[in-house]
Design a protein around this ligand. Structure first.
Ligand code: GLU
Length: 277
């Protein structure tokens, strides 16, 4: 009798744990399984023009959005069955780990540290870190000119912020916000002197603020954008890799870049080699 009771309690406790772990609204299914059910939840940025932007009418635009939509279609999910979810830099690993998104396409650099928590398909784009300043600024010309009491803005949980901490932290005052658009507001208001993140992201903001903001200096890191999936979900990762490859060979990759960045005057780079680990 006692044993049965103890067993019941134990089973009850396990059931409670299972219920509790599902509380974040997350799904235990893989991206492939959810796609087979006809729907996908995809993490993107909401505030990065040209890459991932939520428009005023609630629609989404940008290269990451186009890549995500192409991949979803290849997994059998049409655009109207995609739910986009905002994936701020610092929350990306957690969103994937908790199953709150099926995958993330959000200027998400592939790094060894992140690979301890999530897996990556791709890379589907390669860029590098640079600097955005006000157009009338003449003393910040590149990473090496960041010294003294300069105020530099970047985003929590991003590789540029980490890189600045590691390489330049002694010289500059680093301010970290949750999103790059908040950094750009601070830059325009004169509260910071420069914003640092990937060149392609900064080009989007510069294009949105002609005459007010400019990108300076050469890129000083290599950032390879991957699509983040649940760690160990090899099936989805491979399917997403196949979709990216298809997007590149079909010309849709080039067309998406031209559509989103053609007017900025940037040179469209060669497509990257996939890293099929
Ligand atoms: N690509 C960098 C990263 O993944 C910076 C851009 C971002 O924060 O989204 O951290």
């Amino acid at each position: 009798m006692r044993i049965t009771q103890a067993l019941r309690l134990a089973v009850g406790a396990i059931a409670l744990t299972v219920v509790a772990s599902g509380c974040g609204g997350g799904s235990d299914k893989t991206a492939t399984e959810n796609a087979a059910d006809g729907k996908l939840t995809i993490g993107i940025k909401y505030d990065q023009p040209g890459l991932g932007l939520r428009e005023k009418d609630g629609s989404f635009s940008g290269f990451d959005v186009d890549v995500a939509t192409y991949v979803a279609e290849k997994l059998g999910v049409s655009p109207e069955n995609i739910t986009f979810k905002e994936a701020p830099s610092a929350q990306r690993e957690t969103l994937i780990q908790n199953g709150q998104v099926d995958f993330i396409a959000a200027t998400y650099s592939i790094t060894d540290k992140r690979k301890e928590k999530v897996d990556f398909a791709g890379p589907y784009f390669i860029t590098g870190q640079s600097l955005l300043v006000r157009s009338d600024n003449t003393d910040i010309t590149g990473a090496e000119s960041l010294s003294g009491n300069k105020k530099l803005c970047s985003v929590k949980g991003s590789t540029p912020a980490q890189n600045v901490k590691d390489t330049y932290a002694k010289d500059v005052q680093l301010q970290e916000y949750d999103t790059y658009s908040l950094c750009v507001e601070a830059l325009k208001a004169g509260a910071v002197d420069a914003v640092t993140t990937d060149d392609i992201i900064l080009r989007g903001y510069a294009a949105q603020n002609p005459g007010a903001l400019k990108v300076v200096g050469d890129t000083f890191t290599v950032e390879k954008y991957g699509i983040g999936v649940k760690k160990g979900d090899t099936e989805s990762r491979q399917k997403i890799n196949d979709a990216i490859e298809d997007m590149i060979t079909s010309g849709a990759w080039q067309a998406a870049l031209e559509k989103n960045f053609g007017s900025t005057g940037i040179q469209i780079p060669e497509p990257p080699q996939l890293d099929r680990y």
